[in-house]
Write a protein that binds this ligand. Structure first.
Ligand code: TEU
Length: 508
């Protein structure tokens, strides 16, 4: 059987508010995405996932959903969505929407009804507990601020659970009506033709029925990073059955925000839960060869060895961009060889192909309750003062150096990081070894990680020098892509510069 499309695909995340507006505006929208599909085709990505664009009060910028089956007027409407999906498919690109099953907005009609009275038929769609206003039902902490994951509802005299903001009450997946309603949401988008879902905090949906306290040594960290119960696996299997009943290899790419690859791996089930899961420990690994070697081994041991397919991600809308974390463009360039060279499906975050750093957001411009504004700065498309947005002052400040670091300027410069992204994406697409091949570690000097990807169609060797010194490397072959662009097409000279990487065709 040929491998499903999502194993060889390169994914690209779009944060719709920050990508591009269709008409001049301070926030991006779906028409803006449709207008920039040329950029994605030119770059060579295969699939996109779009962060939430549903009607929302925007307390968590769309992750507080007030209607799962519509488009917020700020982003367009369902007809715009259908046009965007059609345009993606015409170009051979796939599209995932972001499913947010763990919680709704407190403005969602379900919660409005649930909150209206203890006797409301929807009361049990959420997690309520008795008590007194001074003592929450357990010690669970909410995300974003050091506050309880429970809010007291004075009118009805009970606590409700929210692993995130008080404006994001958790759904009660123990109620079969909730399961049916969320399956209905999935069918709504699958029937429209989406290629699958990125699933927000999917490990959060089942709750331990006893709601036990988190152990004291971890009680200070958000419960959302700890919630891990057997019940969730059952619920994911139910979602998987539904998704697999559709033709065309529809995909469930789950966000399992548990900071251990061993725990993440369990959410693949026995091939009957998530098709793919985000694995965040590598994202939190610093630029250090031995640490990366350990992460690569851990991923192989826990994910590949159970017959599952890994994913690799270094930036997203929740974390400081890796260009900023790693501290130099040279490292950001070399890091791409990890993303596209390791075995698994890479997920890129819009703007990383420009080498964008996080924006500096002054306190009076800060809007995110989780302090994540910097990585959500608008994508600069041109060198003009409005950077292609039609307004000079979008919802967040521009990222640094937007007058030179933008799509227009970097496309005109073949030595830019943008062209490096394009070359390495093309080299990956041309290589069955890089897309689907096995992976074998190579022995390397300190400071370097290197591996061989194997395939009957021809092997590939990838080497990344994470040290500040040049490193000698016993690899023979032709350099296909180099992170600094040097020596491409020529035999590998045997030395890798500091903070740099190469892709080599080892046939001599
Ligand atoms: O993120 C889940 C999550 O655990 C993160 O919020 C994480 O705790 C935080 O970003 C660390 O800085 C998902 C979405 O990706 C995020 O944008 C949402 O805010 C969150 O769920 C709630 O829906």
């Amino acid at each position: 059987m040929p491998a499903p499309w999502w194993q060889s695909a390169v994914f690209y995340q779009i944060y719709p508010r920050s990508f591009a507006p269709g008409e001049p505006a301070p926030t991006g929208d779906l028409a803006g995405i449709a207008a920039h599909l040329d950029h994605l085709s030119w770059l060579g990505v295969d699939a996109m996932w779009i962060s939430p664009f549903y009607p929302s009060p925007q307390a968590d910028f769309g992750y507080d959903v007030a209607d799962f089956c519509d488009v917020d007027p700020a982003y367009g409407d369902l007809a715009t969505f259908d046009r965007l999906l059609g345009a993606c498919h015409e170009r051979g690109m796939r599209l995932l929407v972001d499913l947010v099953p763990n919680h709704t907005s407190d403005q969602h009609p379900w919660f409005v009804a649930a909150r209206s009275s203890r006797d409301d038929p929807m009361r049990d769609w959420y997690v309520w507990r008795d008590g007194t206003p001074d003592t929450p039902p357990n010690n669970w902490r909410a995300a974003f601020a050091p506050v309880p994951a429970w809010t007291w509802d004075d009118a009805t005299g009970q606590w409700y659970l929210h692993q995130f903001l008080p404006q994001q009450p958790d759904l009660n997946w123990d109620n079969p009506e909730v399961v049916e309603a969320m399956h209905g949401v999935m069918r709504f988008w699958l029937d429209r033709g989406v290629d699958g879902f990125r699933i927000d905090v999917v490990h959060g949906i089942g709750k331990d029925p006893g709601l036990p306290d988190d152990p004291p040594e971890v009680a200070g960290i958000p419960h959302a990073t700890l919630n891990d119960t057997a019940r969730t696996h059952e619920l994911i299997r139910g979602m998987r059955k539904l998704v697999d009943s559709y033709p065309g290899d529809r995909l469930m790419l789950g966000e399992v925000y548990l900071l251990s690859t061993e725990l993440v791996a369990k959410y693949y089930g026995d091939g009957d839960e998530l098709h793919l899961a985000f694995n965040f420990p590598p994202l939190y690994t610093r630029w250090h060869a031995e640490r990366w070697r350990a992460q690569i081994a851990d991923t192989r041991h826990h994910i590949d060895d159970r017959g599952a397919w890994p994913t690799w991600v270094l930036s997203n809308h929740d974390n400081v961009r890796h260009r900023s974390r790693y501290g130099s463009e040279a490292r950001a360039r070399a890091a791409l060889f990890l993303l596209l060279g390791l075995r698994g499906s890479p997920v890129l975050y819009a703007g990383e192909e420009l080498g964008l750093e996080d924006a500096e957001v002054p306190p009076d411009r800060a809007v995110d309750p989780g302090g994540r504004d910097g990585c959500r700065a608008p994508v600069p498309w041109t060198s003009a003062p409005d950077h292609g947005w039609g307004v000079t002052d979008p919802w967040l400040p521009w990222p640094p150096d937007a007058d030179t670091r933008n799509v227009e300027a970097l496309r005109a410069d073949e030595s830019s990081i943008l062209h490096l992204y394009r070359r390495l994406l093309a080299a990956r697409k041309a290589s069955p070894a890089l897309q689907l091949g096995d992976i074998v570690d190579l022995v390397t000097p300190t400071g370097v990680v290197a591996w061989r990807r194997t395939s009957p169609a021809g092997d590939r060797v990838v080497a990344v020098n994470m040290s500040g010194e040049p490193a000698g490397l016993d690899v023979a072959g032709i350099v296909l892509v180099a992170s600094d662009g040097a020596g491409e097409g020529a035999p590998f000279a045997g030395t890798l510069g500091p903070d740099s990487a190469v892709l080599v065709d080892p046939r001599t």
